[in-house]
Design a binder for this molecule. Sequence first.
Ligand SMILES: [Zn+2]
Length: 240
Amino acid sequence: MPGPLKTEAIVLRSLRFGEADRILHVYTPRRGRMGAIAKGVRRARSRFGGRLEPFFRLELMLHEGRSELLTVTGAQTIDGFARLRDDAAALDSAARACDAVARLFDTNEPHPDVYNLLCNELALLDADVTRADHANQLAFRLKLLLAAGLAPQLASCASCGERDHLSGFSGAAGGVVCPACEAGSFPLDEAAHEFLSGALGRPLAETPPASERALRQAERAIADTVEHHAGVRLREAVAR
Ligand SMILES: [Zn+2]
């Protein structure tokens, strides 16, 4: 539908284009991932100011023409998350969270829950930059999997339904597995299993702590699930 479009959006990426323009990759509640061009934005007197930068939550006015790229005609800041921008770890976490959304939800299919989750994650990092840790990033990814319909099966063996001795994880099976079904799985400690269940079942702000060993196993479980079922590779969850 050509014409004007007003939408909330989070800026996922902002790329220089030509002399003075920017190409934005944004995530929106009703139109998923969209691309837009902001013309003249890098000129000193641009009416957009500095708000077309990554992680800004904006109210965007766009013009939709025949091109896949919409044109930004107006932008108001809803939240600039200024505090997280002053902290290297929080900034890195925000970038990885946006990157995970961009890779897992790469289309214009609407996922308002994913939009709300990303807003929530950025607000949490902004309110307390010490939240920017491995556990938080993995909990965020687990909730993305849930929104994508890919949440791992954790209560019983993903292959046969057995409820005891769930000591492995199989991305192909889509969850924890028992010893009889362990082909293609890797060993998952009880602590990692508990973290996955706890993080999936609780709000992002109440992510349970876990040892680095458990978090590494949880990260592998998430990565294997995403690779097998969405054909997507996520960046590492933390800088190493
Ligand atoms: Zn089994």
